[in-house]
Design a protein around this ligand. Structure first.
Ligand code: ADP
Length: 336
């Protein structure tokens, strides 16, 4: 490889692309260089870089510029092509229906299908993702952005990582809004799908979240009981009013299978959500049984979707349906 004439380009030629095989310049990541009045300005296309990779490249560029004659000061700017990131809200009419369990397992199942997935735990009333995903480490702050922590192939940020456990949460509006912003605007890197575990219900926080970050679609979780379904209908109405496509309804805790005799009973009924979905004209995505093993796995930080067997299969099937519906939506958007 011949050395470029431009001394700045020559100095940059030796820096590798942390997200690829070759050099930064070869990868076309050096978007602009300029030397004026002793100040070198270098613009790097940092699309897909993690915060660590950005920091590394910046250090390397600065170090390289020290040796270039005529350069007194160096400015490094990182730009990123705006990645098309699809936000999917997981909502419910009320708490306790398994919305967080579903959000976690859907995220893991989507990641196992090859998607780059981020999981945002925005449930201010009871942020439970650190427990469900078995990841309670504090996220790092780099360049004033929170860096999601990896768990079961997914990157995750939770309000529960920002506050002491148990102090949740009678937060006042502005505090909640700014905490949610730092989660949503965390360093999600190349995540293509962001699954947001919404607070249950249809209050101000839910409306603000929806308005500000405009999900591509919403998944609603309900148990089969009438009351839960009436609440779910409210959540569906809220998303529809805010022009968010309802991707579909998931029935959770349907039919209890006795771990001893295998008999299936329906303490809360079953099939109610499917009928309700039909009445409301929204797709029914599937049904998750009520099982002690699902609760136990969640308590132990091992989402069933990360394992093998029937439960993992149920979540994989839900994830496949979700992706199909998102693709259909994207096609409708492209050809109105
Ligand atoms: P939400 O987010 O709607 O408040 P969670 O996901 O926190 O609900 O679930 C509430 C409780 O129900 C948790 O203890 C969870 O482990 C349990 N749970 C959720 N789904 C199931 C299921 N299909 N079978 C058994 N327990 C479940």
């Amino acid at each position: 490889m011949s050395e470029p004439d431009d001394p700045i380009a020559a100095a940059l030629a030796h820096i590798g692309d942390p997200a690829g095989q070759g050099g930064l310049a070869e990868a076309g990541r050096v978007a602009m260089t300029r030397l004026k009045d002793g100040v070198a300005t270098i613009v790097i296309d940092a699309t897909g870089f993690s915060a660590e990779q950005r920091a590394l490249v910046e250090r390397q560029v600065r170090a390289a510029m020290v040796a270039v004659p005529g350069v007194g000061d160096t400015r490094v700017a990182m730009t990123a092509e705006k990645l098309e990131r699809t936000i999917v809200a997981v909502g419910s009419g009320k708490g306790g229906v398994g919305k967080s369990t579903v959000a976690a397992n859907l995220s893991v199942a989507l990641a196992r299908l090859g998607k780059k997935v981020g999981l945002v735990d925005a449930d201010i009333y009871g942020p439970s993702q650190p427990r469900i995903m078995g990841q309670s480490g504090r996220p790092e702050l780099i360049d004033e952005r929170i860096v999601p922590v990896p768990a079961h192939g997914v990157r995750m940020l939770s309000l529960g990582q920002l506050i002491e456990p148990g102090t949740a949460v009678a937060w006042r509006g502005p505090m909640t809004a700014s905490a949610l912003s730092s989660l949503m605007e965390g360093d999600w890197g190349d995540c293509e799908l962001l699954i947001v575990d919404m607070p249950p219900g249809t209050g101000d926080v839910q409306m603000t979240l929806t308005q500000k970050w405009k999900p591509a679609g919403a998944v609603i979780v309900s148990t089969p009981q009438d009351l839960s379904l009436i609440d779910a209908t409210r959540a569906i109405d809220m998303f529809r009013k805010m022009d968010v496509k309802v991707i579909g309804l998931i029935e959770n805790m349907a039919g209890y299978q006795c771990p001893h005799c295998g008999e299936v009973s329906d303490p809360f009924g079953s099939g109610g959500a499917e009928a309700a979905a039909r009445t409301m004209g929204i797709p029914f995505l599937g049904r998750i049984p009520l099982r002690l093993s699902i609760r136990k796995a969640s308590d132990e930080g091992r989402p069933p979707a990360a394992g093998e067997g029937e439960e993992a299969d149920i979540f994989r099937a839900l994830a496949v349906k979700l992706l199909e519906r998102l693709r259909e939506g994207a096609m409708h958007a492209a050809h109105p």
